[in-house]
Write a protein that binds this ligand. Structure first.
Ligand code: ADP
Ligand code: MG
Length: 377
């Protein structure tokens, strides 16, 4: 083997440790390494991006430079970016998704799927459903799990802001690469609407949007997917049940009795959809005053009431997974795109959320709920 051929081989080997930042697979496997030539210590590389103006180009450039820098015989790097042809993109899609022309399937419904899907539901808005979604997701990711978050709250999408995601998803053919934040893959209907335009969609379009989230997004291997549902028992809740029959519902409520009643209605939907109920989260349970004493601005008992009522409704134990106190830092974290469990992991609210995440991370019989013996809808 000539010296050059040996160096070229070493470069290929170095590049096989560089992952595409979005797809998270080696660029060598994805057909992104186009030409590699070495002449007198000068390495000329052409890398094919999936789309022109790929937002991850700088990251890729840095990673590639770092990887080849370590190769003996490379003194200088001339890196050029090209763009995949339509055929190359189609090949990539086949590589990622399987058979050409295959209908997009929802990977979480495949029998071999190891992903646990939780749909976070509430009776009404403002109870902290999205805040719980992002903090539970961050807590699960911090445990080392591979986590996806899908914002299915078509009208009130707030997940991107709460996780500090600004980028738009990249599209490879008809596959969508979800942006990442704090180690999680994040997709929101908000990423597909320009600015903050109000979205007025009818049922069938909602269903289609949700199906896209689930099928067209390249999620990779996820341990957990959290879906932030819109409040109430509307179209999306029904669509989730149809599209993801194995999704387990987590019901969020405040301690207030009135909130508890509507939360119960949101949870009771599973008696019609045959989904499982993972449990109830009570949020805004109390607030600690500077002198260390606790007040309960929203009363008490709502979470327990909902868990008991749902246990009766579904005929299986529905646990109260935890109670999360009010903490102004939690709201600030939401506004700043940094979940509280990451910025202040030891405060009381973070500890409560982590304890709930721990219960969601393990598959326990008591969490699985039970399906009612009704015939399918
Ligand atoms: N435990 C909490 N402590 C302090 N603020 C909270 C808490 N939970 C939620 N909030 C705040 O309450 C508001 C509503 O929460 P959000 O998660 O958007 O509710 P939902 O998704 O149910 O509409 C947000 O401003 C959020 O930051
Ligand atoms: Mg919300």
């Amino acid at each position: 083997m000539s010296d050059n051929a040996a160096v070229v081989e070493a470069v290929h080997e170095a590049l096989s440790h560089v992952n595409d930042p979005e797809i998270r697979r080696p660029i060598t496997e994805l057909g992104m390494v186009d030409t590699v030539t070495v002449e007198g210590g000068r390495l000329s590389l052409t890398i094919l991006l999936t789309v022109a103006g790929c937002p991850m180009r700088d990251t890729l450039q840095r990673d590639i430079a770092a990887a080849v820098d370590a190769v003996d015989g490379v003194e200088e790097l001339a890196l050029e970016f090209g763009v995949m042809t339509e055929q190359q993109r189609a090949d990539l899609q086949v590589k990622l998704r399987g058979k050409a022309g295959a209908e997009p399937v929802i990977p979480f419904n495949l029998p071999e799927s190891r992903t646990r899907v939780f749909a976070i539901a509430s009776g009404k808005g403002g109870v902290g459903k999205s805040s719980m979604t992002v903090n539970l997701a961050a807590a699960l990711a911090a445990k080392g799990l591979s986590v996806g978050v899908a914002d299915a709250d078509i009208y009130g999408h707030s997940i991107p802001r709460m996780l500090g995601v600004e980028g738009a998803p990249t599209q490879v053919e008809d596959m969508i690469m979800p942006p990442q934040a704090h180690g999680m893959k994040v997709i929101s209907i908000g990423m597909f609407t320009p600015g903050n335009t109000a979205v007025v969609w009818r049922g069938p379009m909602l269903h289609r949007a949700l199906q896209q989230f689930l099928a067209d997004v390249y999620w990779g291997e996820l341990d957990v997917l959290l879906l932030d549902l819109p409040p109430g028992t509307g179209d999306i809740a029904i669509s989730v049940a149809q599209l993801l029959p194995t999704a387990e519902l987590v019901v969020v409520t405040t301690p207030q009795q009135a909130a508890a009643e509507v939360a119960e209605r949101a949870g009771a939907i599973v008696t019609q959809t045959h989904q499982k109920l993972a449990g109830v989260v009570e949020n805004m349970s109390w607030m600690e005053l500077p002198d260390g004493s606790h007040i309960e601005p929203f009363g008490s008992g709502g979470g327990k009431v909902v868990a008991e009522a749902l246990t009766r409704d579904v005929g299986a134990e529905v646990p109260l997974l935890g109670q999360v106190p009010l903490d102004p830092k939690l709201r600030e974290g939401g506004d700043a795109g940094m979940p509280l469990v990451l910025s202040d992991p030891d405060c009381e609210a973070s500890r409560a959320i982590r304890a709930i995440a721990d219960q969601l991370a393990v598959r326990k019989v008591s969490l699985a709920g039970k399906q009612l013996g009704l015939s399918p809808v």
